[in-house]
Design a protein around this ligand. Structure first.
Ligand code: ADP
Ligand code: MG
Length: 215
């Protein structure tokens, strides 16, 4: 099992994320059609396609933090919807938190994911319970830390994070949206799973897949 996250793990993560949002694009768009404007699958696919191209143009052995900063900048510049700046800020903050580290250990990974979530909250001002991607990312970061501090490996910790993100996404269904476009619907947003929380869970699951493959 891997004891560190390296450049190839980050590249594998972002490619897995691209494949996941592309494979579920229609579903993400359906979720967004119910409580938003029906572009979430398109936004995420466009953004992560551009990330894939940007990474392909990188030299070998770029540190994980730099790859994440590049991915974040790419998302901000290619995605028009709310999710572009939010995910862009998240990945840039994660990348800045890692600096030029070549081998990222569990506590650096946990700090990077905390920085990503903090950036989303800084920009979007959503709290847990507001029916946004924050409802997937908050339990994911908590589960990652908990599993690491209980002595778990990185692989076990990201697995717990992915499960927590998926449970967090499902838990958005009965919530009333208080941020983003879905909030315009008021009570009519209740009863639908949040698209951004759903794609956030896909992205955390993609991290788990990448870490497992690296091992
Ligand atoms: P847009 O709403 O501009 O069409 P997307 O459809 O791509 O953008 O993304 C919608 C998702 O963005 C929502 O499902 C929600 O999870 C997330 N989101 C929207 N506003 C916020 C916010 N202020 N904070 C956190 N996440 C948000
Ligand atoms: Mg939308």
């Amino acid at each position: 099992m891997p004891t560190a996250v390296r450049d190839h793990t980050v590249i594998a993560w972002l490619h897995e994320a691209q494949a996941a949002v592309t494979g579920r694009a229609d579903y993400l768009t359906q979720l967004d059609a119910a409580i938003g404007d029906g572009d979430h699958g398109i936004n995420m696919t466009r953004g992560f396609d551009a990330v894939g191209k940007a990474l392909a143009a990188q030299g070998a052995e770029t540190p994980p933090g730099r790859l994440l900063v590049l991915a974040g900048k790419t998302l901000v510049s290619t995605v028009g919807g709310a999710s572009g700046p939010l995910w862009g800020s998240a990945l840039r903050a994660a990348g800045r938190s890692l600096g030029d580290a070549v081998d990222v250990d569990g506590s650096q990974l946990a700090a990077a994911l905390d920085a990503a979530l903090a950036a989303v909250v800084d920009l979007g001002a959503a709290q847990p319970g507001d029916k946004t991607m924050v409802d997937a990312l908050t339990p994911a970061t908590a589960a990652l830390r908990e599993r690491l501090s209980a002595g778990g490996s990185i692989a076990e910790a990201v697995s717990a994070a992915a499960e927590a993100a998926e449970a967090g996404a499902r838990a958005t269904t009965p919530m009333q949206a208080r941020k983003g476009r879905a909030s315009y619907l008021g009570e009519r947003s209740i009863g639908h799973q949040d698209p951004g929380a759903t794609s956030a869970a896909l992205i955390i699951r993609a991290l788990q897949t990448a870490v497992t493959q690296a091992g």
